[in-house]
Design a protein around this ligand. Structure first.
Ligand SMILES: Cc1cc2nc3c(=O)[nH]c(=O)nc-3n(C[C@H](O)[C@H](O)[C@H](O)COP(=O)(O)OP(=O)(O)OC[C@H]3O[C@@H](n4cnc5c(N)ncnc54)[C@H](O)[C@@H]3O)c2cc1C
Length: 442
């Protein structure tokens, strides 16, 4: 079971048409829909399960500039400005707090890499600091272990994943958004090549513009239109504690584990050191494109062969307008947690901060992260299909960047000047000869 997410009621009336249909009620779809309705655009948001039930409620909640791919820095700067005013904008609690983010360096080599990132980030107006071992201990006096220093961004922050997208969705509804949950999109239809209709399990909605923000499902939705998106998934495990009398101040990564204080008084704790990648037909299909990133991260990715291969080979097929689809069978992607991870996270955090042992674990869950070969998203028109837009592939850091991503997506749909340069996020980069490469700074 995933974490408890604030519920949002669906709209009463099923719409026959819309100016824009957004597919996917994760934080990216919600942020896009919010930006659209704020401009008075008649928007429908379709979600096969419930708002934020997949990645967008299962993540750590870090709103992070620290260590990001340089291509994302203008967009995350915009997002941090938007987070700052988000509670006021949506008139609800999203949990956003500017608490700072701190990465302890595991080695001298890593500290040097952090230093290089700090130097690069300055030209984007980001003032992160390098910490000496003594300064690191001032932040975390209880820390045991040898760290040659750290990297700290005081103006980074956190928000509550179980609250943020629901709060934003409610605000969008107050401005006229039509939200349909338990409403899976089976297919996107075209007329003379142009998007013309979205077929859901409850009927058709006429529209000329569709934004696919389907998280881990985006690839399949595009496949239904004959468009290939190189997208894979990795499983990451998280736990939360009961409310406890300990606050690390900033969100902190120690290399092997990471934690932050929650609004409910507990901690969210996870490992950044290991993710599990099930071998699926897509892993084979896209192996060449993902190989450089996989090779770099090979110590952090545990490959697992098992029943997912057969499940995806047999059942993960694009939908058909008149048949029950996989999107209705799997309302919520609820990956089984990697059983070894929870004791590992618990033991590591207890070794680093002995006063936390025994860690009062209240709940644990798994989340499926969707990723693209260069680990930055697509926020773009999909050129082969007029009227089709895509916002997906946020690769483990889409929560913090969502407000800006939603605004940028809305800019592109409305054909107005983009808030930041959208070129790095174009869909066509996978086919126009650009060298596809991820950046690793952490
Ligand atoms: C364990 C974990 C930790 C993370 N930590 C962080 C972090 O600290 N900071 C950060 O910035 N990011 C983090 N991330 C990444 C972040 O959570 C994601 O990048 C972000 O939530 C992606 O949002 P999304 O809206 O694209 O996808 P999702 O939240 O997955 O939403 C996609 C939605 O589309 C719906 N959908 C799909 N197909 C259909 C269909 N056919 N019809 C209708 N609906 C459909 C799905 O049901 C789903 O609700 C983490 C992720 C995980 C899993």
């Amino acid at each position: 079971m995933g974490p408890g997410v604030d519920r949002v009621p669906s709209s009463a009336r099923f719409p026959a048409s819309a100016e824009v249909v957004v597919i996917g009620g994760g934080i990216i779809g919600v942020a896009t829909a919010l930006s659209l309705v704020e401009q008075g655009i008649r928007t429908v948001l379709l979600e096969k399960g419930t708002v934020a039930a997949e990645q967008s409620s299962r993540n750590w909640g870090w709103c992070r500039r620290t260590g990001r791919d340089l291509r994302e820095l203008p967009l995350i700067n915009l997002s941090m400005q938007l987070w700052e005013g988000m509670n006021e904008r949506v008139q609800r609690e999203t949990g956003f707090r500017r608490c700072g983010i701190l990465y302890a360096a595991r080695s001298e080599k890593q500290r040097d890499l952090h230093q290089r990132w700090v130097n690069e980030a300055r030209q984007y107006g980001i003032h992160s600091e390098m910490l000496s071992p003594a300064q690191l201990l001032q932040h975390l006096p209880q820390l045991k272990g040898d760290y040659p220093g750290g990297m700290f961004t005081p103006l980074d922050g956190r928000a509550e994943p179980q609250k943020a997208a629901p709060a934003m969705a409610r605000a969008a509804m107050a401005l006229g958004l039509n939200l349909q949950q338990h409403c899976a999109v089976r297919t996107i239809e075209r007329s003379a090549g142009q998007v013309s209709e979205v077929i859901t399990e409850h009927g058709a909605i006429r529209c000329q513009q569709v934004v696919v923000a389907g998280g881990a499902w985006s690839r399949l939705l595009l496949q239904g239109l004959g468009v290939s998106l190189p997208q894979l998934k990795v499983l990451s495990s998280v736990l939360r504690t009961r409310p406890i009398d300990f606050d690390p101040g900033a969100c902190v990564s120690f290399g092997s584990v990471a934690m932050r204080k929650r609004l409910d008084g507990g901690l969210t704790v996870a490992t950044s050191a290991i993710s599990t990648a099930d071998i699926t037909p897509d892993s084979l299909r896209f192996s060449a494109q993902f190989m450089p990133a996989f090779w770099h991260e090979r110590k952090a990715i545990k490959l697992r062969a098992g029943k997912r291969f057969l499940e995806e080979a047999l059942y993960w097929k694009p939908g058909q307008a008149d048949k029950r689809s996989i999107y209705e069978v799997l309302r919520v992607l609820e990956p089984t947690i990697d059983a070894g991870m929870i004791p590992l996270i618990r033991d590591r955090i207890s070794a680093l901060i002995p006063s936390l042992a025994p860690l009062p674990v209240a709940q644990s869950w798994g989340g499926m992260i969707d990723s693209l070969p260069d680990a930055i998203p697509v926020i773009s028109a999909v050129d082969p299909v007029p009227g089709l837009f895509l916002a997906t592939g946020f690769s483990g850091h889409g929560f913090g960047i969502a407000p800006g991503a939603g605004q940028l997506m809305a800019d592109l749909v409305l054909n107005r000047a983009p808030s930041v340069d959208a070129h790095p996020f174009r869909f066509s980069r996978f086919t126009d000869g650009e060298k596809i490469r991820a950046q690793f700074w952490l």
